[in-house]
Write a protein that binds this ligand. Structure first.
Ligand code: NAD
Length: 484
């Protein structure tokens, strides 16, 4: 059963970029759901801030339309929507200008949690941070939330960290990675550290390999020119997939405490080996089914940016020596699915010598669709016919386990925003973690750039380039089938 919703302290939350896509699709609908659930109380206020000259009324209409579009109908209650909208106002502000700041300051209430969500391009982070201080709006307990991308290499991430550090302490900065807000991802920590069952086996002695898959069916969705400067490695691997890898690979922290957890994740990133070229496969989707190719979408016919990447990653520490982590992510693939699969080794000695059947246990953690966990175990095939083994899944979908309350599970953004208000940084990336992840990614990227490697074409709707299959086959392993 879902536990009781505990309301958070009253807050003043300013959403810079309040008219943008992310605010409309995720931030405001998420806040509405928390209001509906009783977690955001009536004393709280949300202030949208962006360049457009809008009145409060016009902005509320925009938010009402966003709720209508992005919240399921059965969760929309007219009186609750009206109550939520009353808590919202708007201030036109140009991050690079000086107007609008005085009215914003006038809206801030004393002795109330202040949070500022920078849902704008990272190039504006410095301007916002500076003006929040210059106009005496941020105080020493204020929090800022910053969106991805956090840099595009180590140098730019360092510069961004240093700009923010000019105005805010590390414990005031919440670098959001919405993957960390997913129920299943946090469950990964519960499974590992609240059960005795897995931890003794959680090492290379017993784990053959780990697969992390983030598979998308969409293309670059009209953002081709932007995506072309990034690619799958920067867009997915350096941040989201790296965070998943850390949660699987880290040592048990001494306490479920923000810095204890992040210290352990950092050690994992620092222990990652540089990935040699033979352990990297990059791909670009081809045209097909009436849809254009990556090269057409990126508006760059000579682009060498990858819309797919598969990597074999080794962690050089005692726990993981000899257990590879295989990561793959891409666009225009067969199914939309994200999962982590931990494949255990076969028992050291089989007493069932002449018995057919696979012998591995696999723990699958599904992030989407249908968040849940699946433990694949061996049993005897039922019925007569002697001793034959078969794999069966002990499947738990969270939606089934939670029954009628499953709708109450907050989505990643909702949970993370509430964590900001509570002042809990456990699920946010620390500056040194982000820098360490870039320090690992940079030589991998510069390596293929220096070699002039071209990504391999793959058919839309497939499971990726042929060479990605070989990456596994040559190790005597295979990717799990991607099922949406
Ligand atoms: P967007 O272009 O839709 O919106 C940008 C917002 O910033 C608008 O409200 C605009 O008015 C405001 N803005 C632009 N220049 C400004 C200025 N000088 N002063 C004040 N406000 C200004 O962008 P988005 O998709 O909402 O993305 C916002 C941020 O979130 C970006 O950093 C993006 O990388 C990140 N992000 C977005 C998504 C997504 O799904 N949209 C996902 C992950 C991360």
């Amino acid at each position: 059963m879902v536990s009781r919703v505990i309301p958070v302290d009253a807050f003043d939350l300013v959403i810079f970029g309040g008219t943008g896509d992310l605010a409309r699709r995720k931030i405001f609908p998420g806040l509405y759901r928390r209001y509906l659930a009783g977690q955001m109380t009536a004393e709280s206020r949300i202030i949208g801030a962006a360049r457009a000259e809008l009145t409060d009324i016009a902005f509320r209409e925009m938010i009402a339309a966003a709720i209508d579009e992005f919240v399921p109908k059965e969760r929309i209650d007219a009186a609750t929507v009206a109550g939520f909208l009353e808590r919202i106002s708007y201030v036109p502000i140009d991050a690079k200008g000086d107007s609008g700041w005085a009215p914003l300051r006038a809206k801030m209430r004393p002795s109330i949690v202040r949070a500022f969500y920078f849902s704008v391009a990272p190039s504006l982070f410095g301007d916002l941070a500076e003006r929040l201080h210059a106009h005496d709006i941020a105080d020493k307990s204020s929090r800022i939330v910053v969106e991805k991308p956090f840099g595009r290499d180590l140098a730019s991430a360092k510069a961004l960290n240093s700009t923010l550090a000019d105005h805010f302490r590390e414990d005031q900065i919440y670098r959001i990675d919405h993957y960390l807000g997913k129920e299943t991802v946090q469950n990964l920590m519960a499974v590992r550290f609240a059960n005795i069952l897995f931890e003794p086996l959680w090492k290379s002695e017993y784990i053959d390999h780990v697969q992390i898959t983030v598979s998308e069916t969409v293309d670059v969705e009209g953002r081709g020119a932007y995506y072309d400067k990034s690619g799958a490695m920067r867009d997915m691997v350096q941040n989201h997939m790296m965070q998943l890898l850390c949660l699987i690979a880290m040592e048990p922290p001494y306490h479920f405490d923000p810095n204890a957890v992040r210290d352990e994740k950092l050690k994992v990133i620092r222990a990652l080996e540089t990935v040699p070229s033979e352990n990297i496969v990059r791909g670009q989707y081809l045209a097909g089914g009436g849809d254009g190719s990556y090269l057409e979408h990126s508006e760059n016919p000579a682009s060498k940016t990858e819309s797919y990447i598969a990597l074999k990653v080794n962690i050089a520490n005692w726990r993981w020596k000899g257990t590879p982590f295989y990561l793959r992510t891409g666009k225009k693939l067969r199914a939309r699915a994200s999962e982590i699969a931990i494949t255990f080794k076969a028992p050291p000695h089989s007493i069932f010598d002449d018995v057919q059947g696979a012998r591995e246990n696999v723990l699958v953690i599904r992030l989407q669709p249908n968040e849940g966990m699946n433990l694949i175990v061996m049993i005897k095939e039922p019925g007569p016919g002697g001793m034959r083994l078969m794999q069966v899944p002990l499947d738990m979908a969270f939606a089934d386990a939670l029954g009628e309350h499953s709708e109450d599970i907050p989505d990643a953004y909702e949970r993370l925003i509430m964590d900001v208000i509570r002042g809990n940084q456990t699920l946010f990336m620390r500056g040194d973690e982000v820098e360490a992840a870039w320090a690992w990614a940079d030589p991998v990227i510069s390596g293929w750039e220096a070699r002039g490697d071209k990504p391999q074409g793959y058919d839309p709707g497939s499971s990726g380039p042929e060479d990605a299959l070989m990456l596994m086959h040559r190790d005597g392993r295979r990717w799990r089938e991607i099922k949406g």
